[in-house]
Design a protein around this ligand. Sequence first.
Ligand code: DUT
Length: 141
Amino acid sequence: MKVKIMRLSHCYSLPQYNHPGDSGMDLFAAHGVLLNTGDVAKVLTGICLEVPEGYEGQIRPRSGMILNTHLSFEIGTVDQGYRGEVHVVVRNFGPKPYNIARGDRIAQLVIAPVVRAELEEVQELAPSQRGGKGLGSTGKR
Ligand SMILES: O=c1ccn([C@H]2C[C@H](O)[C@@H](COP(=O)(O)OP(=O)(O)OP(=O)(O)O)O2)c(=O)[nH]1
């Protein structure tokens, strides 16, 4: 499927799939940013997208970054109609400052189908085996 992409002048690289079969394309930081402990920042990617109707862009963390740093990369949605610059929200939970450099692969972009639901308000829902149980109700094993 074709997705139109526009490169802004400060873009480091267009998103890239690393391996055949990957669902996500790596997103590159378009600028450096120093995150002190507790800081949250919006890291720009230098790209704008035209996501086709019926789809969305999902911004997801790269698991390697989560394992190897104390950074938390927030999940985000690139709405079908959004034409602004794609960014990634990052928070430093670590005890030390962390430097993101221009060109670092900070997150991944997945293009995925979206179902637009039509909500039907009712007074009662059909019973189910799970019912309202959640939050670990099935135990560990
Ligand atoms: O991680 C993210 C999250 C959002 N966006 C862009 C695309 C998205 O379509 C737009 C708006 O995001 P969202 O709807 O999550 O923001 P909001 O806080 O609900 O703002 P709004 O009131 O503009 O919808 O910002 C990103 O580039 N990266």
